[in-house]
Design a protein around this ligand. Sequence first.
Ligand code: HEC
Ligand code: HEC
Ligand code: HEC
Ligand code: HEC
Ligand code: HEC
Ligand code: HEC
Ligand code: HEC
Ligand code: HEC
Ligand code: HEC
Length: 419
Amino acid sequence: MVFVKKKTTVPVSALYMFAVWCLISMTAHADTCLECHSEWEDNDRAPSKLISTDVHFKAGLGCADCHGGDPTLEDMDDVRQYKNYLGVPEPEEIPLFCAGCHSNPAYMIKHNPSLSTDQFDKYKTSVHGKLLLGKGDIKAANCVSCHSVHDIASPRIPTSTVYAVNIPTTCAECHGDAGYMAEYKIPTDQYEKFAGSVHGIALLERNDLGAPACNDCHGNHGAIPPGVTSISAVCGLCHSLIADEFSRSPHKKAFDDLGYPECEGCHSNHLVQKPQHYWMGTSDSSICVNCHAFDDGTIALTSAETMHKSLVDLHDAYTRAESRTNDGELKGMMVTDLRFKLKEVKQFIIKTGTAIHSFNDSVVVKTAEPGLQLANKVYESAAAKIDEYYYRRYGLGIASLIITMLAVLLYFKIKSIGK
Ligand code: HEC
Ligand code: HEC
Ligand code: HEC
Ligand code: HEC
Ligand code: HEC
Ligand code: HEC
Ligand code: HEC
Ligand code: HEC
Ligand code: HEC
């Protein structure tokens, strides 16, 4: 009996201790908000169902950190009466609601020192912010229109609504909806055009994060159309060498004075296409003839002709050299050195494509020239290798003919000796 009693006292007291510990830790960490809401909320998009994926929840923040209230209260009515309870913010209140933490550097630095705290300041200056905060127009985007709510994620997470590849769809929810946007009288084709552009294809089809999404040109929080005179700066974020050439060209000032939108004037903004050589020059389909004529008192069209010729000559020289090199390879020649040089020619093609934005023909000719010479050299080397191949084959043919003839002669000779 004594033995048995002794055996049971140990687990009983351990269980008791465990229960007390549980109670203490439960009260310390209690989140009655989440507990109670999980019990009755059944919709998949309900706060308590979504929250486990939320960046705030993962960082240890709960419902009460955003909505206020005391997360130990057992009753929603008590929560509502609690001094700091904010309830559900109206759309026009949301920016300040989020900014309560996000614009507070002292608070943010404790959680994530690398996060900037300028979102609200920038948002206030955006078309969205001015419309919502200034005019109370709740159709303008607020923080949760772009970030979602209760499942907010870092922009670096591929499922985030603001992950680069998802941004165009996030913006298009409003900007691609003609009914929603009807009263604003702006186009609603940005997504459609972007998706068919070189940028859209790179981003949406090839997941190339180097290509711009809407926010790279419009800003994340300061969403505004770049003004006509700063478009080259926006495109220049990535195409910096081209933007430099353009800024030095006679077009920079001329376009700004005319109110002609810089890069966009020739390339479009949303439907940027792969450039073609015929855009440059004097044919009816060139861009230049839209503004220039031979008798407009400028040298524009004569230089357009020269630049067009440079571009086409270099392109043709490359194509010729490449096809000769391919022939050589098919015939079993070693062409590694030629392939390497062809890559160098490609670099000259890119440099020339950049140089045309100086709209100065002598700069273009000078840039293209070494590429042209190199391409011609490759062509000649490939041709020489192919000649060598034929020379060898020809030589081999003659040699085997002579050997065969000798063998036949020898055969008859032996036969005649045998007789
Ligand atoms: C005992 C259950 C319970 C607890 C605890 C609870 N809620 Fe609720 N809450 C509800 C119910 C039920 C509703 C639905 C609205 C109603 O009461 O009609 C609700 C509604 C809400 C709403 C919608 C706005 C409103 O005022 O109706 C918010 C926001 C909210 N709760 C946040 C919280 C937060 C934050 C906490 C913790 C501090 C919390 N809740 C704790 C049950 C609870
Ligand atoms: C990062 C801040 C944040 C956190 C954390 C948060 N909420 Fe919200 N909640 C909001 C905002 C902002 C809205 C308003 C959304 C809107 O207008 O679309 C909202 C709306 C709501 C609503 C209104 C109905 C709905 O579904 O949108 C309820 C209920 C609610 N929250 C409950 C909760 C509960 C419960 C939790 C914890 C599980 C929680 N919230 C955590 C910011 C937050
Ligand atoms: C109670 C304070 C608080 C409120 C209110 C709040 N946040 Fe946050 N938020 C944070 C903290 C803290 C982090 C950093 C979490 C981490 O990195 O661990 C964060 C992170 C984020 C991130 C991820 C940033 C990144 O790059 O990783 C986004 C996006 C975000 N919040 C958006 C919002 C939006 C939108 C609202 C309003 C609906 C909001 N937040 C309201 C405190 C808050
Ligand atoms: C028009 C859409 C849009 C609105 C409105 C918007 N954001 Fe963002 N936000 C973005 C995009 C896009 C990014 C991320 C871009 C990236 O880094 O790739 C972002 C990033 C963030 C980040 C991560 C850190 C940073 O600054 O890059 C935080 C935090 C954030 N937003 C908070 C907010 C808050 C708070 C509001 C409201 C005041 C808000 N956002 C309004 C689109 C929006
Ligand atoms: C909730 C809907 C909504 C979302 C989401 C939204 N916008 Fe907007 N946006 C609007 C409304 C409404 C206007 C006001 C149009 C106007 O006044 O011309 C606007 C205006 C703009 C403008 C100024 C247009 C002009 O010339 O007046 C730009 C640029 C813009 N948004 C970019 C974006 C980008 C980029 C995103 C995504 C990161 C985005 N928007 C997400 C509703 C939205
Ligand atoms: C490569 C840069 C770039 C990208 C990417 C881009 N935009 Fe634009 N966007 C511009 C420029 C430039 C303008 C015109 C500015 C001007 O003419 O003043 C513009 C204008 C706009 C306008 C004003 C109305 C209009 O169509 O002229 C809206 C709205 C807009 N963009 C939304 C978007 C959305 C949504 C996306 C993503 C699907 C997007 N933009 C992608 C550069 C870009
Ligand atoms: C965020 C960086 C970024 C911004 C901003 C940007 N681009 Fe691009 N652009 C790229 C990338 C990356 C590619 C290559 C896409 C591909 O692989 O097809 C590209 C390709 C192009 C091409 C096609 C080049 C070719 O040889 O096929 C043109 C033309 C172009 N961009 C013009 C513009 C214009 C005009 C703007 C401003 C309105 C702009 N870009 C803004 C990154 C950017
Ligand atoms: C006056 C018209 C015009 C303007 C303005 C203009 N471009 Fe171009 N761009 C062209 C033409 C024409 C080509 C095609 C050249 C060719 O045949 O390869 C081109 C080619 C390009 C290419 C491809 C270059 C390559 O390697 O083949 C990019 C990228 C580009 N432009 C970006 C820009 C940017 C960024 C701006 C503004 C800073 C700009 N362009 C301004 C006419 C223009
Ligand atoms: C939107 C109209 C517009 C387009 C399109 C345009 N230009 Fe121009 N260009 C101008 C204006 C305006 C000037 C300044 C004229 C002046 O100084 O009298 C100019 C000046 C020039 C100059 C300097 C002329 C000189 O005599 O100093 C050259 C070269 C030039 N453009 C070449 C081109 C080429 C090549 C194209 C096609 C790829 C082109 N332009 C497309 C408007 C345009």
